[in-house]
Write a protein that binds this ligand. Sequence first.
Ligand code: SAM
Ligand code: 2KA
Ligand code: SF4
Ligand code: MG
Length: 216
Amino acid sequence: MARPDSVRLTEIFFSLQGESSRVGLPTVFIRLTGCPLRCGYCDSEYAFYGGETWHFDRILDEVAKHPTRTVCVTGGEPLAQRNCLPLLTALCDAGYSVSLETSGAMPIGEVDPRVSRIVDLKTPGSGEVDKNCWDNLPLLTAQDELKFVLTSEADYQWARQQVEQHQLAGRCPVLFSPVWQGVSPTDLAGWIVRDGLPVRMQVQLHKILWGEKPGV
Ligand SMILES: C[S@@+](CC[C@H](N)C(=O)[O-])C[C@H]1O[C@@H](n2cnc3c(N)ncnc32)[C@H](O)[C@@H]1O
Ligand SMILES: Nc1nc2[nH]cc(C(=O)O)c2c(=O)[nH]1
Ligand code: SF4
Ligand SMILES: [Mg+2]
């Protein structure tokens, strides 16, 4: 059992935020290791295994080396590690502006309320739609964001149905994101305009800038 002040992580790196409403912001990423899901399109399979145990003090020292107060905790699936919760609080206590990328397959209710939760509701095309924890949706507030990664027009129609049926756009910003080199961003933009959906389209800026990251 890991000490309560440590997590297993794959990498800590400084880059530009490539997704969400924080896109373009210089950000320190903390990528935790391990994920119970296996989305068919996952671009971070290299974080499924391995990694190293880092204590929070060491993490905070590493984060402090970079010229930003913006931090994104990602993975793998960060909430698959219980100790992600105290890590998020430690980062907030240290004065960082923290976002969390999570599949939403784990309960998000205990996440520090200062954290912006970017919840990726898995589409049928991900192959993991059954893992969605629907009880998370009512917990989302205006500081959170709900994301759909779309693998096809069928996924788009499914996501559109969820947005309309659960009135999600009134709860928090909703992101529609094309799978990298899958759905054409131009097609997705056309569907959103055609249907007048109250969503924000995003593309993965970091991949446009630097290409797909080779597995480390
Ligand atoms: C690697 S996951 C890690 C955090 C969490 N497990 C999750 O699924 O949100 C971070 C984000 O990467 C994005 N992603 C992963 N593979 C992708 C791909 N092939 N195309 C577009 N986005 C992708 C998804 O939006 C996902 O939310
Ligand atoms: N959201 C998000 N932004 C990013 N910016 C650079 C990334 C990278 O993996 O290099 C990255 C990433 O993996 N995710
Ligand atoms: S939940 Fe996130 S890390 Fe896990 S397989 Fe899906 S996209 Fe990859
Ligand atoms: Mg990523």
